[in-house]
Design a protein around this ligand. Structure first.
Ligand code: GDP
Length: 237
């Protein structure tokens, strides 16, 4: 879907309070490291390097935001959250990150949906379950939620169908889909779903920003250097 291909780097932040408040719908990608998150984002946006920014040394524990929208306007934002569960990360860092992520998922006001990437050969791990517990109340309140089973090309049809039915149960009020970057399976379907999430008519008129407000928040604020895709933010904590 062309809309996803408009993705461009917006900003990166190591701490929640460094993330700019944004008044367009935001969709967060989360998952265990190696789940296929970067490959999925790059496939959906048709940009080979976009999500690999998150893998650069010093950036692995940042939240990276990408703007989406045609003609330079931003009508949604993708948030690439750091992969968790990577064994080599020191325990203190893991705990800090679990806290940052939980706070993000619970408090981010413009968060519209969460995509949880999962390698179906492993299924949901303990850390995925912790995350599910954190977001469940928000999903019950209407936050969109998708469990995306990656690397589907590694499964037979029967295995895929079984993994999908388990994931659907685990998703609670959310949904589950199968995805393969290698076979381009599920790409259009997921792109369409994310578009629908971001453009759904709000039930409460006060809850959604007008496009004009969005422009002000993102594009025309004086000194908003982080909105430039050419800018490499240097802030480190
Ligand atoms: P991340 O740590 O979650 O960002 O995971 P990556 O996107 O780096 O992927 C982890 C590994 O899985 C890499 O070796 C990828 O090449 C591989 N991978 C990702 N998506 C697919 C897929 O759709 N099919 C197959 N066969 N391998 C994949």
């Amino acid at each position: 879907m062309g809309w996803m291909h408009t993705a461009r780097f917006l900003t990166t932040a190591a701490q929640l309070h460094h993330l700019p408040p944004i008044n367009v719908p935001e969709i967060a990608f989360v998952g265990r490291s190696n789940a296929g998150k970067s490959t999925c984002i790059n496939t959906l946006t048709q940009q080979k390097q976009l999500a690999y920014a998150s893998k650069r040394p010093g950036r692995t524990q940042h939240i990276n935001l990408f703007s989406l929208g045609k003609q330079g306007l931003t009508d949604a934002v993708l948030a690439d959250l750091p992969g968790y569960g990577y064994a080599a990360v020191p325990k203190q860092d893991k705990i800090r990150w679990q806290r940052v992520m939980a706070n993000y998922l619970v408090t981010r006001e413009n968060l519209k949906g969460i995509v949880l990437l999962c390698d179906p050969r492993l299924g949901l791990t303990e850390l995925d379950e912790v995350l599910l517990d954190v977001i469940r109340p928000r999903v019950q309140e209407g936050l969109k939620f998708l469990i995306l089973l990656t690397k589907a090309d590694k499964l037979t049809r029967v295995q895929g169908a079984k993994a999908l039915s388990i994931a659907r149960l685990q998703a609670g009020g959310g949904e589950a889909k199968i995805f393969s970057a290698l076979k381009k399976q599920g790409v259009d379907e997921v792109a369409q779903l994310l578009w629908d999430w971001s453009h759904e008519a709000p039930s409460d008129p006060d809850a959604a920003p007008s496009p004009a407000a969005t422009q002000t928040a993102l594009g025309h604020e004086p000194g908003n250097e982080t909105a430039s895709e050419h800018d490499e933010p240097t802030r480190e904590d």
